[in-house]
Design a protein around this ligand. Structure first.
Ligand code: GCO
Ligand code: MG
Length: 395
């Protein structure tokens, strides 16, 4: 079997997605997701200009060898653009292999370890009443666990939830002290309204120092969070030692990480409880499975990043992995617009707050290229965040 063509499809059915379609001489095709929110054209060009020419004529069954040759062969390693592009190839080749086998991908990853994949959804509001309504709406959607983000008095926007839009980044504002005072009150209100049982999560979106994160984790202990996410930027992995020493609030990190090296200290010293990387940004199904197996040795679980900017192709790959691995924790599922579901018809289902990959061979996702072409790429940026004196802060 040989790869005879590979094309990159950019489409924006509400937001941008980058999809790689790999075609073989036997007519079997595979899809991979390389969407990099706000930097889509860089991932598309890396694929189109530097990777596709190398794929033509190669054997799609040699997934590990292809991955290693793209990773090591480029000499320049790691980074979100490189790893999103490699991820798309790896995922498309797994899609092809599973289609040839006539099996849904999860069967090739060891088969099902559970009946279905549990999720969490997003609730947010500018103030507490609006937030409580949003939690009610997510519960009505069936979500068994909910991420709670709330407005901070004095700040213009609810942070960390803005879509990427426009030809220039939107500028948001930030005040860490006000945030640290507000969030425990928010969780107090949510617990009072919804009781002790509902699993609640919170995303600090890389905005705190280790010391501030330690304080927030401690202040949130009475509200029994499922996790506190991205409490620091965590490039300084050792910084998590300080956070860990001061709080038992579970910690989840990693949506911006793209290799296992970013996790080395965090995992081996058990400084976190959940690894958050996505198939789409971590080099594909192959390395993410290895990360989960590594994390499992330290009782750390999976929690794959699943915002709207992971396409249904990347989401399907995550669901297959989530069904198969033993140390599955939870899957983030922000869902997609109806138009996105039509551009990427898929076998996976979301029922009663749980996902299942379905039984279609491969990933179980198609691409309606005509519909995709009718919704072309639109330039967009994630927001930039500034402190009230104008200093740029982590977003
Ligand atoms: C999450 C994330 C997202 C990111 C987004 C950036 O936990 O889902 O923080 O909301 O902000 O994926 O592109
Ligand atoms: Mg996050």
């Amino acid at each position: 079997m040989k790869i005879v063509d590979a094309t990159v499809v950019l489409t924006s059915p509400g937001r941008n997605f980058v999809t790689l379609k790999v075609e073989t001489d036997e007519g079997v095709t595979g899809l991979g997701d390389a969407t990099l929110n706000g930097r889509e054209l860089a991932a598309a060009a890396y694929l189109r200009d530097h990777i596709v020419p190398l794929l033509l004529g190669t054997d799609p069954h040699r997934i590990e060898d292809t991955w290693q040759s793209l990773y090591r062969g480029a000499y320049w390693r790691r980074g979100p653009v490189t790893m999103a592009a490699i991820a798309a190839v790896d995922t498309a080749l797994w899609d092809i292999k599973a289609k040839v086998a006539g099996l849904p991908l999860y069967q090739l990853l060891g088969g099902a370890s559970r009946e279905r994949v549990g999720t969490y959804g997003h609730a947010g509001g500018r103030d507490i009443p609006e937030l409580l309504d949003s939690v009610r709406a997510r519960l009505a959607d069936g979500y068994p666990a909910i991420r709670v983000q709330a407005g901070v008095p004095g700040l213009k926007r609810v942070y960390g939830v803005t879509s990427a839009t426009g030809r220039r980044p939107v500028v948001e504002d930030w005040d860490t002290a006000a945030y640290l005072r507000t969030i425990p009150k928010v969780f107090d209100a949510v617990r009072q309204e919804f009781g002790p049982d509902l699993p609640l999560l919170h995303d600090a979106h890389h905005r705190l120092t280790p010391n501030q994160a330690a304080r927030l984790g401690k202040d949130l202990e009475p509200y029994d969070l499922f996790w506190l996410e991205d409490c620091t930027p965590a490039e300084n992995q050792e910084g998590l030692r300080l956070v860990r020493r001061h709080t038992t609030t579970p910690l989840a990190i990693g949506e911006v990480f793209n290799t296992v090296f970013d996790y080395q200290t965090l995992v081996t010293e058990q400084l976190i409880d959940y690894v958050r990387s996505a198939v789409t940004h971590f080099g594909g199904v192959s390395p993410l499975k290895k990360l989960f197996d590594f994390a499992a040795q330290y009782q750390i679980k999976s929690a794959v990043h699943g915002p709207e900017d992971i396409s249904p192709v990347g989401m399907a790959a995550a669901i297959h992995l989530g069904l198969a691995i033993h140390n599955f924790g939870i899957q983030e599922y922000a869902g997609h617009t109806d138009l996105t579901h039509s551009v990427f018809p898929h076998a996976y289902t979301f029922t009663d707050g749980h996902l299942h990959p379905g039984q279609a061979p491969g990933l179980g996702v198609d691409l309606d290229e005509e519909l995709a072409a009718a919704h072309p790429y639109e330039p967009s940026y994630l927001p930039v965040n500034r402190l009230q004196d104008g200093t740029v802060h982590d977003w």
